[in-house]
Design a protein around this ligand. Structure first.
Ligand SMILES: C[S@@+](CC[C@H](N)C(=O)[O-])C[C@H]1O[C@@H](n2cnc3c(N)ncnc32)[C@H](O)[C@@H]1O
Length: 251
């Protein structure tokens, strides 16, 4: 397993892998993230690489491949279209990264809890948004507090499921619905693929069939959008909204 000390941060998000005085390879932040993920997967620690990547980045957002430093446009377009208002409502942001989506929900009036498994990501959110109304917490979604059961009017998941290997993804899909209040909503935004297409490499696109399992845990699908986003090159996305028909984990 490679240790984090083998990597050195350079300018503009480029990460150099050093060996003594020699630079062996020059890698983009995406390549680094993929290699770290692979290393940790092989070591049976599929979520350990997130903290290492954030630490390695050393407060330079360009080293974090998903850090757009703005609200996810797939979320903001949905919020606008649905005319979402958050006053008097509670929202939960899963795997919040550097916090832009949590802040956008807070701006809409939601009382927001945003969590991430990586302590450095949570510290980073605090540095970026010192006046924030959001409650940022270090939490592993697989070990979340029972007090969240049926607690949130709006739960938002974007790009965390696709960063988890299939076995963990399936586990997460059974946990997430329990946080949605009766009558509340879950919005999932992820890469999408057809089930006959290969899973490929991380970030792993989800299939519609995988997401359908959410409906065995108390949720009803309200809308399912399958589209190519405006990235260059475009990425196939699923944006799926569910409502909670009850708040029982095992229903
Ligand atoms: C690909 S990033 C996406 C971040 C953010 N949602 C976004 O769209 O910009 C996935 C995030 O999920 C976090 N994460 C991964 N596994 C997690 C877990 N088990 N519990 C909580 N957060 C997790 C990572 O630390 C990382 O910040």
């Amino acid at each position: 397993m490679q240790s984090e000390t083998e990597f050195v941060r350079g300018r503009n998000g480029i990460i150099y892998r050093g060996c003594g005085n020699f630079v062996l390879t020059v890698k983009s932040s995406i390549t680094t993230a993929k290699q770290l993920a692979q290393t940790y997967l092989e070591a049976n620690n599929p979520t350990g690489w997130f903290e290492e990547l954030y630490t390695l980045a050393n407060w330079d957002e360009t080293a974090i491949p998903w850090a757009d430093l703005t609200v996810n446009p797939n979320l903001s377009a949905w919020l606008q279209r649905e005319q979402v208002r958050g006053e008097g409502k509670k929202a939960l942001v899963i795997g919040c990264g550097l916090g832009d989506d949590a802040e956008a929900l807070s701006q809409l009036g939601f009382e927001v809890v945003a969590f991430d498994i990586a302590p450095t990501a949570i510290t980073w959110c605090g540095k970026r948004f010192p006046e924030s109304q959001v409650t940022y917490s270090v939490v592993d979604l697989f070990e979340a507090t029972e007090s969240w059961q049926g607690y949130f009017d709006f739960v938002f998941e974007s790009r965390t499921l696709q960063a988890l290997p299939a076995e963990l993804r399936a586990k997460a899909i059974k946990i997430i619905p329990q946080w949605v209040k009766l009558g509340g909503k879950l919005l999932v935004i992820c890469r999408g693929r057809d089930s006959h297409q290969p899973e490929g490499e991380i970030p792993w696109p989800l299939t519609r069939e995988e997401l359908t399992v959410l409906q065995q845990y108390g949720l009803t699908e309200v809308s399912f959008e399958d589209y190519w986003d405006e990235k260059n090159p475009p990425v196939r996305r699923f944006r799926v909204c569910y409502s909670s028909r009850n708040n029982s984990y095992n229903s």
